[in-house]
Design a protein around this ligand. Structure first.
Ligand code: ATP
Ligand code: MG
Ligand code: FE
Length: 346
């Protein structure tokens, strides 16, 4: 069966195509993404109206590119999956409207799916089906959560989340403070490679003995970086951007990996999946690998292209639902900007 996935929750218009074999295995046939990130860069964050308009313009061309790349015809598509939440209201509407139109025209089932569950499903395209139970660390621009996954087609439980900023948001805000471009993750990741992670000791949020064990906080860290930079500027001292980046990044990934591995150990879960845009981070991957190896936990991190927003992950989750025999969504499927992570499909 051929499952086509449409993603438009934020600033990436994505169309992915997956072939689902009879034995449940999946083959990725196409993964086309058009990003409006350049249009948001000068604002330092995504402007919802700009994103919606960009989706409108990019949807049909991205669909055409995906079909061409896959070598299949639109009429070969057996099911359509689409992100119906969480995300920006206007942006979600464009993808869902397109998905309904294609599903109606082709007379195929429509599956409205959760973007966050999609981030986890992305890993199955690279590493195959998930084990019966696994832990997922979802680290993206809008979310930072530890999830217990008993079944990608329905049973996802949140065991911890950020109480303020998301990890990606912290990268984006710190980049702005030190004058690096938006989005901040990639330039900080690169600059940190030349810096000393021990140069500055930044705070590790929510790691005190009385703090919630599996929750995260990154807003204090962002403020600490701002204060540190301000103090140097006041004294007229030069700052080493690589050292600030490396030290900030170490504070983020230290807490993320420590809590994820601790959760895996305490819940007796043998596999950790790290996904979402921040999972593209090189230091997060390296430290997670080291700590998982020490704890005897298997680590799965998809390639960077599958970590950031894309349509392939939505097609993968849709294919999983098709394989699981889940009933399709109604053709009047609503969007839900605040869709909770435990609602995998609507
Ligand atoms: P959500 O999935 O929560 O709705 P989103 O879809 O906007 O949010 P993603 O596209 O999954 O988020 O991730 C984007 C975030 O990932 C940005 O904050 C960006 O800075 C961050 N990011 C991307 N690459 C890296 C990297 N190499 N290191 C750290 N962060 C990164
Ligand atoms: Mg994005
Ligand atoms: Fe995302």
């Amino acid at each position: 069966k051929i499952v086509l996935g449409i993603e438009s929750s934020c600033d990436e218009t994505g169309v992915g195509i997956v072939r689902l074999a009879g034995d449940g295995s999946m083959e990725l046939l196409a993964d086309e993404v058009a990003s409006s990130v350049d249009q948001h860069a000068r604002f330092g964050g995504v402007v919802p109206e700009v994103a919606s308009r960009a989706h409108l313009e990019a949807m049909v061309p991205t669909m055409s590119r995906a079909l061409t790349a896959s070598g299949i015809a639109l009429s070969d598509v057996d099911a359509i999956a689409v992100t119906c939440g969480p995300g920006l209201a206007g942006a979600l509407l464009v993808g869902v409207a397109a998905a309904k139109a294609y599903a109606a025209a082709l007379d195929v089932p429509l599956y409205g799916v959760n973007h966050l569950a999609g981030h986890v499903a992305a890993d199955t395209l690279q590493h195959g089906p998930l084990p019966a139970e696994c832990l997922a660390l979802l680290v993206s621009g809008g979310h930072t959560q530890l999830l217990r996954i008993e079944d990608l087609a329905g049973k996802i439980t949140e065991i911890g989340s950020t109480i303020d900023d998301a990890a990606g948001e912290a990268y984006d805000k710190v980049a702005r403070i030190i004058g690096l471009p938006y989005p901040g993750g990639p330039p900080i990741d690169r600059a940190a490679a030349d810096g000393d992670p021990k140069a500055i000791s930044f705070p590790r949020g929510l790691t005190g003995p009385r703090d919630a064990k599996f929750d995260f906080s990154f807003s204090g860290l962002k403020t600490a970086v701002a204060r540190w930079v301000e103090a140097r500027e006041r004294d007229g001292d030069a700052i080493s951007v690589p050292d600030v980046c490396a030290s900030f990044q170490e504070a983020v990934v230290d807490v993320l990996t420590a809590k994820a591995v601790r959760a895996a150990t305490e819940f007796g879960i043998g596999t950790l999946v790290v996904s979402g845009g921040v999972a593209a981070n090189s230091r997060l991957k390296a430290l997670a690998a080291q700590r998982c190896a020490d704890a005897g936990v298997e680590l799965r991190v998809p390639r960077p292209r599958l970590c950031t927003d894309n349509g392939a992950m939505i097609a993968a989750l849709g294919a999983h639902l098709v394989a699981a025999g889940v009933r399709p969504s109604a053709m009047d499927l609503p969007t839900d900007p605040g869709l909770p992570v435990d609602t995998v499909f609507v």
